[in-house]
Design a protein around this ligand. Structure first.
Ligand SMILES: [Zn+2]
Length: 248
């Protein structure tokens, strides 16, 4: 069992007192924006019949990148229709208001960036850059999106014609920024885990490096072992943090 349940009022008090705040976000922070949880019952893989074993497998991509780009066209088109959630915006306002805050995210949807947060570590990468797998030329995410709209199939490197791959972390690739993320957690006096069931490593290991208390706000079960100073709220994020912000 967790040491205690957490209320928005208690959470607000802990955020107010925090001098170094670390935040870990998972798919659950983006579901209210309309981003499907890839692995959930209504996930994109199920509804659109994408198979994660092929879409995000680097070995498969090397042989046939077409399924990944089918997914990516749909995913980027979907992102154009949505906006950051109230919880993304709340975190950005905390930072803008002078709070020392760093955000580690498992998401590749770019919503923290669009919300205005500055100190973000996307451990699974994102679509903001891409590079040619043959010559290494870097392509901006905007240029990649434009070429995906302009022509069907797999986009080719403008320099050498090789296959371009967005800087999204695939199965079989190392996550980004892990050392920085672990240091961020260790130096923090409060770690908020938002919308993650902590089922996927290495994100799941980050709370174990926390230097202070940990508050997990997530709908549903969480894979975190009991410990002193670990609090859980089984709650909808936007509602919970509206309650938090009104008390700050
Ligand atoms: Zn190239």
């Amino acid at each position: 069992m967790f040491s205690a349940a957490m209320t928005p009022a208690d959470c607000a008090g802990k955020i107010r007192r925090s001098k170094k705040l670390a935040v870990l976000t998972g798919a659950g922070i983006s579901t209210s924006a309309g981003v499907p949880d890839f692995r959930g019952p209504k996930g994109l893989y199920v509804t659109r019949a994408y198979d994660p074993e092929t879409v995000f497998d680097i070995g498969y991509f090397s042989v046939n990148p077409a399924p990944f780009y089918d997914f990516t066209r749909d995913f980027l088109a979907m992102l154009e229709t949505i906006s950051p959630t109230p919880t993304h915006l709340f975190l950005a306002r905390l930072e803008a208001g002078g709070k020392d805050i760093g955000i580690v995210t498992q998401n590749i949807d770019g919503l923290h960036q669009r919300a205005g947060s500055k100190r973000i570590y996307p451990i699974h990468g994102d679509y903001s850059t891409a590079r040619c797998r043959k010559c290494g030329k870097t392509v901006s995410g905007d240029d990649l999106a434009a070429s995906l709209k302009a022509s069907p199939g797999v986009p080719a490197c403008p320099a050498c014609g090789g296959v371009v791959k967005p800087d999204v972390v695939f199965f079989g690739e190392n996550v980004r920024h892990l050392d920085k993320c672990l240091a961020l957690a260790a130096e923090s006096d409060l770690l908020l885990v938002l919308g993650s069931s902590l089922a996927v490593h290495p994100a799941a290991s980050i709370p174990h490096h926390a230097g202070g208390e940990v508050i997990v706000v997530n709908r549903g079960p969480v894979a975190l072992r009991p410990a002193e100073g670990v609090y859980l709220a089984d709650a909808a994020l936007d509602e919970f943090f509206a309650g938090v912000e009104s008390r700050l």
